[in-house]
Write a protein that binds this ligand. Sequence first.
Ligand code: PXL
Length: 268
Amino acid sequence: MKNVLTIAGSDSCGGAGIQADIKTFCALGTYAMSVITAVTAQNTKGVAEIREMDSGIVASQLDCVFSDIRVDAVKIGMVCNTQIIETIAERLKKYNAKNIVLDPVMISTSGYSLLNPEAKDALLKLLFPLATVVTPNLLEAEDIINRKIESPEQMEKAAEDILKLGPAGVVIKGGHLEGDAVDVFYDGDNFEYYKSKRIINKNTHGTGCTVSSAVAANLAKGCDMRKALSGAKEYISTAIAHGISIGAGHGPTNHFYSLYKAAGIETD
Ligand code: PXL
């Protein structure tokens, strides 16, 4: 079995962050480990409060995992601040981590800041160059390149610019554009398009976390990048189509749809 590590924040309502990542790793048949950067108090309606971990305990969690266990892939989500980013970058280099999927989490869908705005530079300078692939959504990509993206052509140009920051690959998730959900991947050689029908479902909490974790799990299992991305797209499409209606706001996606279905457990 392959081992996958998430470095991210905890989501008390279980749909995003660490919880989404662990569910995804397990659903895709890998062993899940977690380094927690922050605890968020939130539900389907939004974020109430955040406590960032100090960078010492982040370092210690990383040391414990990497000094003992083979890590086949790493997913990075919410990283909070410059000190935590510096710690993660230093440890990932020290341990020669591979298959690093970086989801540049900045603002939650409900509008709450998950990255100190002053830490954006550190995220781009220290973590982007270590990434096998970065997975911004349209809004995050706009924030990274400081301009609007309104068409697939502009997504390609944005992917070129983001690649210059040093990751080996970039996938810009176009779910926020109108029409089909089209993701654009670029690795400096070719553009690849990943299309899926838009699924109308309000239960989309944790979608970004889930996709990036699925890519990490697939890379850990030895898929090449194209297979990892297409498999992740397939997994998230099913998880959104069968999203779970809990709470008054945006419920989570359904990480274990196949398992629940096989067990005869009603989730729709
Ligand atoms: O989807 C971004 C995200 C990442 N990490 C945590 C979150 C969220 C969104 O709510 O709560 C912990």
